[in-house]
Design a protein around this ligand. Structure first.
Ligand code: PLP
Length: 422
């Protein structure tokens, strides 16, 4: 195809190529293990993952048998109590954490609170928390709440107050970073950043919201101190599914989180007056955990255990590279600018483009069945989930995108941010 052909012609000519990629894709069969939404190309699995089919019978069994028949006996008979650590260890295998360091509990925001306080307590005398101006708001808001309690603690932000290396000093208790930027998909080098932070005696906390299930993560090998993350994004556990928290084994004896509910007690059924934290990751629990809301996570992990994250990453890079290449055929003349790093190594599993009318364009895409999302002020965001997507779907998404831009069809949508796009 020569360079003077229109982008539409070049995209149409890519059909045979992507069909061959799909035929040779070892992950292709796994897409059938998810409920495929009708008339939709779903590029938002980085925000809310798709429903694993296996969740339906598992949910039925949990409701009808375990709850309906077993009732209170099921806490012990069917391991409801142990779910938090059994599921935690299964997530641990996806994030390079040996067993006993990861537990499934509460929400990412709550777990941020726990690890931030635990980190401050492990670093007495140090008064600084370092994060990034571009971090996801809940991370910064949770630091705000912690600062209100730990008077004299300051929050400094890379990208606003200086560079990370300038800001991490001998007064720094901990550094909280999200590995993959939720707007641009830019990815930190976990090993290198952790090393630099710890060289200053500070503790490293990673938010893995856009990492877990997106590519291989090696928490133990990188000697990370704490990590948190969601299960409802790349891990497909469903809206509001419980999150996870990781604490390196070397800290478990000393790390104390502040939400000292009875489930974090060394012996909850002693019903005693005095508080003693549980020995292991149990101490990161607070109260009774949502058994039913954690069921789809088990079904999802059954699928994840059929592949490995290196294969997932290879396909993720291939999908993202092709999408960028295809959109670049029509981007410049339509005012679209790549917001993600062009180098795959520096990117997570999403691709973002900037456009002043990004909201209207995303509404037009969604109306045509291509579901991505929008992040103010001007980011069109597309998530690539290798377990659920085919190369042909991604080509079709690029074709719809090209038509909407070339025809100006997006102009009939308002750019005023109201409903319709999450
Ligand atoms: C999605 C996301 C969260 C979500 O936190 P919740 O408590 O589950 O609402 C937290 N941090 C980052 C970086 C995220 O992208």
């Amino acid at each position: 195809m020569n360079m003077t052909a229109s982008a539409a012609d070049r995209l149409a000519a890519a059909r045979e190529h992507v069909r061959a990629l799909d035929r040779n894709d070892p992950l292709a069969p796994l897409a059938h293990e998810f409920v495929q939404p009708r008339n939709t190309i779903y590029l938002d699995g980085n925000s809310l993952g798709m429903l694993p089919k296996g969740a339906l019978p598992l949910m039925r069994r949990t409701l009808e048998d375990e709850w309906g028949q077993g009732l209170i006996r099921s806490w012990v008979d069917t391991d409801w109590y142990r779910k938090v650590s059994l599921l935690g260890d299964r997530i641990g295998r996806l994030i390079g954490a040996a067993s006993g360091q990861t537990i499934v509990v509460d929400t990412t925001s709550l777990n941020l609170f726990k690890v931030l306080v635990a980190a401050l307590r492990l670093a007495p005398g140090r008064k600084r928390i370092v994060s990034e101006a571009s971090n996801f708001p809940t991370d910064l808001y949770m630091v705000h709440g912690v600062r209100e309690l730990f008077l004299g603690t300051e929050l400094v932000l890379a990208g606003r107050d200086g560079t990370l290396d300038e800001l991490v000093d001998a007064n720094t208790a901990c550094v909280l970073l999200t590995q993959v930027d939720f707007r641009t998909g830019a990815r930190h080098d976990m090993a290198a950043v952790t090393r630099r932070v710890q060289a200053q005696g500070a503790l490293m906390i990673w938010d893995l919201a856009h990492s877990a299930g997106a590519f291989p993560v090696e928490l133990d090998a990188c000697k990370v101190d704490f990590a948190v993350g969601c299960t409802y994004k790349y891990l497909n556990a469903g809206p509001g599914a419980p999150a996870f928290v990781y604490c390196a084994a070397r800290h478990l004896q000393h790390a104390l989180q502040p939400l000292t509910g009875w489930m974090s007690h060394a012996d909850p059924f002693e019903f005693g007056i005095d508080y003693r934290p549980a020995e292991g990751m149990q101490r990161f629990l607070c109260g009774t955990q949502p058994v039913i809301a954690s069921v789809p996570l088990a079904a999802s992990l059954d699928i994840w255990e059929k592949t490995d994250l290196h294969a997932v990453r290879r396909k993720s890079v291939a999908l993202c590279e092709r999408f960028i290449e295809w959109v670049e055929w029509f981007a410049a003349e339509n005012g679209l600018v790549l917001a993600s790093p062009r180098d795959a190594e520096a990117r997570g599993s999403q691709v973002s483009f900037r456009h002043a009318n990004g909201f209207a364009i995303m509404r037009a895409l969604i109306a045509q069945g291509v579901v991505g999302d929008f992040r103010a002020p001007d980011i069109l965001r597309f998530g690539f989930t290798p377990l659920t997507l085919s190369f042909e779907q991604v080509l079709d998404a690029a074709i719809v995108f090209e038509r909407i831009m070339a025809s100006g069809a997006w102009r009939s949508y308002s750019n005023a941010r109201t409903g319709g796009v999450t």
